[in-house]
Design a protein around this ligand. Structure first.
Ligand code: OGA
Ligand code: MN
Length: 288
């Protein structure tokens, strides 16, 4: 059997496709190590055309590290027997309730759960039902965003940290148990460096989380907003991104430390059902 996998870069600023691997328990360490290396290089990997049972998805995901358990599910979920590691994202309604999280919302650029002291290292998303149009997931290369920063901005953010807001999700909805109004210094969330380093490639990267309610620690609200607007303006005006249009059976893994992602608009008439797992990191983001 072939012991080298073929990694086809998307041709964009990040992302690659890996075909011809069977994502089952007998995937060898030799192959798996190449997948890990490809992820470090390309930051997003697509494995097309798989038929993964829940156990397959969980056991492949768990080779990247310890998995988080999914948050408590919304009511109405039919698949009560689902593995606890699987988070359902869907716009489908059943039994009077949503089948999964995030519904039809358009999402802002974000990294997953950077409001925690130890954010996930990677997320995996497996497509079970996909809309014919829309519902793409966009990815952004934060190492490239750092590399192309104007020099003055690069100097400005060196040694600065940002507080990542815990109170709202990536659709902008207030999470249960939080107030709508906090001052920047009181707002619940975790503080991480604005510039981090990739432990494998050594590349420096921006570490932004998401824009709403972010605060550069120690700056006045006005100064912080100005600096964050400059950084996000740089991201928004750049083109270090790649849009993934889903097909049923796609498994996509992204490095959550060095990429942003967002979902585009979804047509509520078109069903979308995804299973997600999340891989814990072993250390917090490393200041560069
Ligand atoms: C996620 C997420 C986007 C999507 O799984 O964290 O943001 O396209 N998903 O479903
Ligand atoms: Mn997300």
């Amino acid at each position: 059997m072939d012991t080298r996998i073929v990694v086809e870069p998307t041709g964009g600023a990040l992302g690659a496709e890996i075909c011809d691997v069977t994502l089952s328990a007998d995937l060898s360490d030799t192959i798996f190590d190449q997948i890990v290396a490809a992820l470090a290089e390309h930051l997003v990997l697509r494995f097309p055309n798989h038929h993964l049972a829940e156990d397959d998805l969980v056991s492949f995901s768990a080779r990247f590290g310890q998995l988080d358990m999914a948050p408590i599910r919304p009511s109405g979920l039919p698949a009560s027997g689902l593995r606890r590691e699987i988070n359902v994202l869907s716009n489908i309604m059943a039994n009077g309730g949503p089948v999964g999280g995030l519904g039809n919302s358009e999402l802002v650029w974000h990294q997953d759960m950077t409001y925690k002291p130890l954010p996930p290292k990677a997320s995996l998303l497996y497509a079970i039902e996909v809309p014919e149009t829309g519902g793409e997931t966009h990815f952004y290369n934060l190492c490239a965003a750092y590399e192309t920063l104007p020099a003055a901005l690069r100097v400005r953010i060196e040694n600065l940290s940002c507080k990542h807001d815990a109170t709202r999700n990536s659709a902008g909805q207030l999470r249960a148990g939080f107030d709508a109004a906090y001052s920047n210094s009181d707002r619940p969330g975790a503080v991480h460096p604005l510039v981090v380093r990739h432990p494998v490639t050594g590349k420096r990267s921006l570490y932004l989380g998401r824009r709403p309610n972010a605060w550069v620690v120690g700056l006045s609200d006005t100064e912080s907003d100005q600096l964050l607007d400059d950084l996000w303006g740089h991201v928004e005006s750049g083109d270090a991104c790649y849009a993934h249009a889903w097909e049923v059976g796609d498994l996509v893994i992204w490095d959550n430390r060095f990429t942003l992602h967002r979902r585009g608009t979804l047509d509520p008439q078109q069903r979308r059902l995804m299973y997600r797992t999340q891989v814990r990191d072993t250390e917090p983001p490393m200041a560069a």
